[in-house]
Every structure is written in C-alpha cells, then in structure tokens.
Design a protein around this ligand. Structure first.
Ligand SMILES: NC(=O)c1ccc[n+]([C@@H]2O[C@H](COP(=O)([O-])OP(=O)(O)OC[C@H]3O[C@@H](n4cnc5c(N)ncnc54)[C@H](OP(=O)(O)O)[C@@H]3O)[C@@H](O)[C@H]2O)c1
Length: 236
C-alpha cells in the first residue's frame, strides 16, 4: 500500500486528495493546522491513515513530525497548503492585490506558507521519500506563477510566492535526481474551493482526479516540468 502525506488536508484540494487516495487504498498521512469534520469522517474509515497537526510555517513542528514518522516510507509528498494572504481573490478576482499600498507583512506571510513551507517540508522529509517505492514530491503551484501568462498584472505577493515555489521545485528536481526522486510543481486548474471561489470552472473532484492521473504516470524524465492538472505543459 503506497503512502501519501498531504499538507492542507482539512479542506479544498488537500481534502479532496485525502478522499481520493483513501478510496484508492492508499495510506494517508493527513496534515493540517486543524482537522475538519469531513477530514475526521474520511480518516475514521481507515485505521492505517492518521491526522497530524501541522502549521507549515512552524519549522520546529515540521522537524518534530519528520522525527515522529522516521522510518516511514512516503511515496508521495503532496504539498497543497497555500494562501493568498489577505487578498480576496474568490470574490474579487484578479483586480485584487494590485499596485499601490502593498501590505508587506502579509506578503512575507504568503512567502512563508507558499514558498518556504514546501522547501522546509522537502528538506525534512527527503529521507522518507527516498526510502519509498514511488519517490515523488509534488507542490501545488499556480498558473499565475507563469511569467509568460502574466498579462493581467496584480496579485504581487501570490504570484511571487508561486514563481519562487516553481524555482524551488525545479532546483529540487536537479538536486534530488541522484536519489531518484521526482519533484515538480503542478497547476491544479482554477478550482472551486474557498480560494478559487464558486465561479471557478473546475470541480475539486476533476482537478484532483486529473492531478492524480498525471502523478501516477510520472517518469523520472518528467521531474522539473511544470504541469497542469490535465497533463498539459504550463509555460514558465
Ligand atoms: N483553487 C484554485 O483555483 C487554485 C488555483 C491555483 C493554485 N491553487 C493552489 O492549490 C493549493 C490548494 O488550494 P485550495 O484551493 O485547496 O485552497 P483553500 O481551499 O483556500 O485551502 C487552503 C489550505 O491550505 C491550508 N493552509 C493555509 N495556510 C496554512 C499554514 N500556514 N499551515 C498549514 N496549512 C495552511 C489551509 O488550512 P486552514 O484551514 O488551516 O487555513 C487549507 O487546508 C494551494 O497551494 C493553492 O495556492 C489553487
């Protein structure tokens, strides 16, 4: 039975990953700052799967969890936790987070969650991933990380944090190649979650089933690519 560790597993795409991997017979290590009723219900159906409290900006907590899980092979480290900070994209769309009056403290928080969190998780859990069969690290990035696609401007903090995440994942793909670990960022599509909002065209179920299909088919030569949930290539 393969094992997946999911961050941000209490709601949104992280929760949907838990639902689908459990249904597929995986052991799930579900991490979140706080469990949710839906997550508790899902986990209660499988005794091998467990909840782990995890704030991804708390590096001591990450180290403690890595130590607690020492010796546990993790086939897929799935880094879903993310934030747009104080920006309300779900109701206001791309017009928010524009030029002028930047909240730099908020910006730093966004970077700590979206960029430093995944990097710290990769460093803390690399041995767990290396001792697994599948050896994959996937971080949820975004189409707005793309320089080429950025014709709308705005969203400074979120764009910068996800573009930096892409740089992190690309470097991991190089640095972890000798450990036979596949690392890459994925765009989940514009999905109906608290972050994406109700007008988003993609359901969490389709986003996650698409990403799972892509992840299942990854080969070593795919490491470092920037892929969409439907398997197409994203422009850097
Ligand atoms: N939905 C989209 O359209 C879309 C598009 C592109 C990329 N993405 C990316 O996909 C990922 C999942 O997004 P989503 O749509 O599922 O968002 P969401 O519904 O807003 O959920 C965000 C998740 O991240 C967790 N999180 C936030 N800050 C955290 C922290 N400091 N420590 C631990 N967990 C934290 C939240 O936990 P709490 O409940 O504790 O806040 C929640 O579980 C994110 O990385 C996002 O940037 C989403």
């Amino acid at each position: 039975m393969p094992t997946v560790l999911v961050t941000g597993s209490n709601r949104g795409l992280g929760l949907e990953f838990v639902r689908q991997y459990l249904a597929d017979g995986w052991r799930v290590l579900a991490c979140a700052r706080q469990a949710s009723t839906e997550l508790d219900t899902l986990l209660s159906s499988d005794r091998a799967s467990t909840f782990h409290r995890l704030e991804v900006t708390d590096h001591d907590q990450i180290d403690a969890l890595a130590a607690e899980l020492s010796g546990t092979p993790i086939d897929l480290l799935l880094l879903s936790a993310g934030t747009m900070g104080g920006v309300d994209f779900a109701t206001k769309g791309l017009t928010v987070g524009g030029f002028g009056g930047s909240d730099f403290e908020d910006w730093e928080r966004v970077i700590r969650v979206n960029t430093l969190g995944p990097m710290k998780m990769a460093e803390a859990f690399v041995d767990h991933v290396q001792r697994s069969e599948q050896r994959k690290i996937v971080a949820l990035s975004s189409m707005v990380a793309s320089m080429q696609n950025n014709t709308a401007g705005g969203l400074y903090a979120y764009r910068a944090s996800k573009a930096a995440l892409n740089a992190v994942m690309r470097s991991l793909s190089v640095d972890l190649a000798d450990r036979k670990i596949i690392a890459l960022p994925m765009h989940p599509g514009w999905a109906q979650t608290d972050m994406g909002g109700s007008q988003a065209p993609v359901s969490p179920r389709d986003s996650v089933s698409g990403m799972r299909r892509v992840i299942a088919g990854l080969r070593r030569e795919d490491s470092g690519r920037f892929l969409c949930y439907d398997g197409t290539e994203m422009p850097w």
